[in-house]
Write a protein that binds this ligand. Structure first.
Ligand SMILES: CCCCCCCC/C=C\CCCC(=O)SCCNC(=O)CCNC(=O)[C@H](O)C(C)(C)COP(=O)(O)OP(=O)(O)OC[C@H]1O[C@@H](n2cnc3c(N)ncnc32)[C@H](O)[C@@H]1OP(=O)(O)O
Ligand SMILES: Cc1cc2nc3c(=O)[nH]c(=O)nc-3n(C[C@H](O)[C@H](O)[C@H](O)COP(=O)(O)OP(=O)(O)OC[C@H]3O[C@@H](n4cnc5c(N)ncnc54)[C@H](O)[C@@H]3O)c2cc1C
Length: 640
């Protein structure tokens, strides 16, 4: 492999109009943090064990799972040896050490331990959290069943209190009640947090969380009374053992119900929580993290596609001239530059969302539940919006790399396969959008009654008769006003349809269902407030429907979006460099910092297992016998 940097990339970097390093410092919150991140990434790069893994697509499923466990345990041990305590250091190490592989312990650290911390009583947390944190107990979050994922109230697993023995009896009464999908249930964990319908004194009190031991702590055998297995291969999540689990009247102690909010007393009395949705807290938390995951996935794909587009030369732009860098085609710029901008918008949205989450969740912990609906609506909407837009964008990045984008060597298919799961898990996206829509609908009617609204949705009460003041400069204020107007109008339209349905005599659930298509569009418009000129041009119909913009303003916007492509063009490579993703994190032949894509692709193909022999065994087993058979056949030999 040559040590030189591709000349086109060199030129791109030298002609950028800003210093990418300064932007990197902004992204990672200062030069010291950037330095520290790079030091940690270098430790991983020097680590022979971590560098010895081939990409996951070269292994069968058993090998993928085995490697994921092996690597993740090594990472845990190294983190201990290195004494990294800060969450950022640990995250940087983990990301560099396993850049595209999801961990078989992800749900342990991501949902199991935090839920014990937040949903357990102080005594329960004191008892279990240290066991979880030290991996003496390995757990996951088991909620979804064969028959129900979205509709939590419809879950069928039961936990029936037996006051005689002071135990809960967990049972899967039907086929559809079998737990199905929970990550790491199949082979990895020895405990689960199980969501089940609580029965006590003959009455059902809805879903609650229970800590359940599922495998022996001595030899990892499955506990009697349980059936557990793997659900089989999936689109992505190669190293994750999503599983099924069936309970056959399996008993656990009373104190294994997480009782911070709701309680079952020794005599079987049930104490209600302040809000039944407090049990859903772990899901809200992960939805917030998913916004950051969407940023990471989209920004990685964008780095790959932009760098490759600067290196790839194809066709003549000027007749008779040299072949052009594909990044010089306006259509290529229109595909990629808005995604580059979207990546930055997602980063800021994810950070903003995390701050709001930290504030409201600490209020909730202190017993102030006032902002719970707002947090829920925001997390649901942003999770759905960012994963949808992110996945569509990653697919655009893949296709913008032409044929090579289709190869795993581009690194993009794996990014897509893993993040696209997030459109479904932690709440299917349409369902999540509809949660935000309900909040918008209620808020709209509140606004109509003159009640005050939280800051983020105050725009719902703006005067919809006001027209745009957008001028040649496409000022920030005029863009924000345009998005607010469009979202407010669409929410109002959906609400009016909902109301009209009611007035026609429909019951309120039908009136709602029969207005959900416009509500989804309105909620997307609400989430779209992150965008600027491109978002308007791409959704012009929605901005135009009530004549908000005039013809001149539309022309201004169309010209502006093309002018912006020209502005971004000299800085595109610097803007992706600023994300500071080292090659070993991107794992892409196309997105390499040095741009030596052809050498990398050629080298990479040599490692394909099909190249282990010149003549594959299938030749001897099938092709040769087939040819021999055919050569003896009269028809063919006659033709030859
Ligand atoms: C860095 C570490 C990373 C760790 C992760 C590693 C990898 C992870 C990979 C995968 C993990 C995947 C894990 C999972 O998927 S776990 C399963 C997730 N399942 C879901 O998300 C299910 C989705 N469904 C729901 O959330 C709910 O059922 C619902 C759709 C919200 C409806 O709930 P329900 O039927 O109970 O609600 P109601 O209709 O009764 O609603 C009444 C009102 O309550 C409001 N509500 C609902 N939920 C909440 C909440 N959480 N907070 C606040 N308010 C809530 C609802 O909107 C209703 O309000 P209204 O005003 O309309 O009356
Ligand atoms: C990779 C992956 C990992 C997962 N990990 C876990 C895990 O660790 N633990 C766990 O418990 N679960 C896990 N799950 C399960 C996941 O949480 C559920 O699949 C998810 O919540 C969606 O539920 P569902 O499968 O029931 O979809 P469904 O609800 O059956 O969705 C099917 C269709 O119905 C539509 N629909 C459903 N309800 C409504 C409605 N009210 N209004 C309008 N449309 C509706 C949806 O929009 C969708 O189009 C995982 C799933 C995946 C893919």
């Amino acid at each position: 492999m040559s040590n030189e940097v591709n000349t086109d990339l060199l030129k791109e970097r030298s002609t950028a109009t800003f210093d990418a390093e300064r932007l990197t410092e902004f992204i990672y919150k200062g030069p010291e943090k950037v330095k520290r991140k790079r030091q940690i990434q270098n430790i991983v790069l020097q680590d022979k064990f971590l560098q010895s893994f081939k990409p996951t697509e070269f292994y069968d499923r058993d090998g993928q799972y085995n490697n994921a466990v092996r690597r993740q345990i090594y990472i845990m041990d190294r983190l201990e040896e290195l004494g990294f305590r800060s969450e950022t250091d640990r995250l940087n190490f983990r990301e560099a050490a396993a850049p595209v592989e999801l961990s078989p312990f992800g749900l342990h650290s991501g949902m199991f331990v935090p839920t014990l911390e937040r949903q357990g009583t102080p005594e329960q947390s004191r008892k279990w959290v240290p066991l979880g944190k030290s991996f003496k107990m390995i757990g996951t979050y088991a909620q979804t069943e064969l028959g129900h994922g979205t509709f939590i109230r419809g879950l069928e697993t039961t936990a029936t209190f037996d006051p005689e023995t002071q135990e809960f009896i967990l049972d899967s009464p039907t086929l559809s009640s079998i737990k199905y999908w929970p990550g790491n249930v199949a082979k990895t964990v020895n405990h689960c947090l199980v969501m089940a319908q609580l029965y006590t004194q003959g009455k059902c009190h809805g879903t609650h969380l229970f800590l359940v031991q599922v495998r022996s702590m001595e030899d990892h055998t499955i506990m009697p009374g349980l059936e557990i297995g793997d659900i089989g291969p999936k689109l992505g999540f190669d190293g994750v053992d999503n599983g099924f689990m069936k309970f056959n009247k399996y008993r656990i102690p009373r104190m294994n119900m997480l009782m911070r909010y709701a309680k079952v007393l020794e005599n079987g009395d049930y104490i209600k929580p302040k809000n039944a949705k407090l049990t859903y807290g772990a899901m809200v938390m992960v939805r917030v993290w998913i916004v950051m995951d969407a940023f990471k996935a989209l920004s990685r794909a964008t780095v790959i596609a932009v760098r490759y587009s600067a290196v790839r030369r194809q066709s003549e732009l000027r007749p008779g001239g040299e072949e052009a860098q594909v990044i010089d085609y306006q259509t290529q710029q229109y595909k990629l530059f808005p995604l580059l901008a979207t990546s930055y918008a997602f980063l800021l949205a994810a950070e903003g969302m995390s701050q709001i989450y930290a504030k409201i969740s600490s209020d909730i912990e202190r017993g102030n539940l006032e902002d719970m609906p707002q947090l829920h609506a925001l997390a649901c909407g942003l999770k759905a919006f960012c994963t949808w837009v992110g996945c569509e964008g990653i697919e655009v990045c893949r296709m913008s790399c032409g044929g090579h984008g289709y190869s795993h060597a581009s690194g993009i298919p794996k990014i897509y396969a893993n993040i696209v799961g997030a459109c479904t898990y932690e709440g299917e996206n349409t369902v999540m959008m509809l949660q935000t829509a309900r909040y918008l609908s209620k808020s709209y009617f509140r606004g109509q009654r003159g009640e005050s609204l939280p800051e983020l949705i105050q725009y719902l009460t703006i005067d919809l008769n006001v027209k745009s003041t957008l001028g040649e400069d496409c000022s920030f204020e005029s863009l924000v006003a345009a998005y607010s107007h469009r979202a407010a109008r669409m929410v109002a339209t959906a609400c009016k349809l909902q109301n009209a349905n009611k007035q026609k005599g429909m019951p309120s659930h039908d009136a709602w269902n029969k207005s959900t298509v416009p509500f989804i569009a309105a909620t997307k418009a609400h989430c779209h407030l992150l965008y600027a000129v491109y978002g308007i041009v791409e959704n012009m119909g929605e901005f135009m429907q009530d004549g908000y913009f005039n013809q001149d303003q539309i022309s201004i916007l169309n010209r502006k979006v093309l002018a912006l492509l020209e502005d971004i063009r000299p800085n595109a490579v610097a803007l992706v460099d600023a994300f500071d993703y080292p090659d070993h994190l991107l794992q892409s032949c196309l997105g390499r910092y040095d741009g030596q894509v052809y050498e990398a692709l050629y080298e990479n193909s040599k490692s394909s297992p099909l190249n282990n022999t010149d003549i594959h065994s299938s030749y001897y087993n099938y092709i040769r016998p087939m040819m021999q058979k055919r050569s003896k056949s009269k028809d063919i030999s006659a033709k030859l």
